[in-house]
Write a protein that binds this ligand. Structure first.
Ligand SMILES: [Cu+2]
Length: 153
């Protein structure tokens, strides 16, 4: 039984390996714990295109959320933080694209359970040709400096 399990796992790994693009690296993934009753959450990470060609990030999915979007936030001329959805994202050759609290973020809409400090949240980046890169976001404590743009819509 053990051997069969091992073989199955190995086969699964082989089947999945074409999806794990070596030329796209996702790292430094993190998120914030969510306050009670909140159905939205944010995620940050760095996506590096180590290939010699541009790569298009088409969409992002996660089993923990109904929908995941790419959002961009900035401060308008009145000093008000705003955010808006971004469609696909093009990563230039060699580019390290950074999602961080001052620019682009991953927006979870409709999370199925609160994000708890210390938990790991899986995120899958879907590139053109259905190439997929999965990263785990580490949930950090909710701190008061969360920009206004990240309050529930
Ligand atoms: Cu957002």
């Amino acid at each position: 039984m053990r051997g069969i399990m091992k073989n199955t796992m190995l086969m699964l790994a082989l089947l999945l390996s074409p999806l794990a693009r070596a030329d796209i690296l996702a790292s430094e993934g993190w998120s914030r714990a969510t306050p009670p009753g909140t159905t939205t959450a944010v995620g940050y990470l760095v996506v590096t295109n180590t290939s010699g060609e541009s790569r298009s990030l088409m969409r992002i999915v996660s089993p923990v959320s109904d929908r995941v979007m790419i959002h961009r936030s900035s401060i308008d001329h009145n000093g008000v933080a705003r955010m808006w959805p971004v469609g696909q994202l093009e990563l230039k050759p060699g580019e390290a694209f950074r999602f961080d609290p001052n620019g682009f973020h991953v927006m979870f809409l409709g999370i199925k359970a609160p994000f708890v400090t210390g938990a790991k949240v899986p995120l899958s980046l879907l590139f053109e040709d259905e190439k997929e890169v999965t990263v785990m976001l580490e949930v950090r404590p909710l701190v008061p400096d969360v920009p206004a743009a990240h309050r529930p819509h």
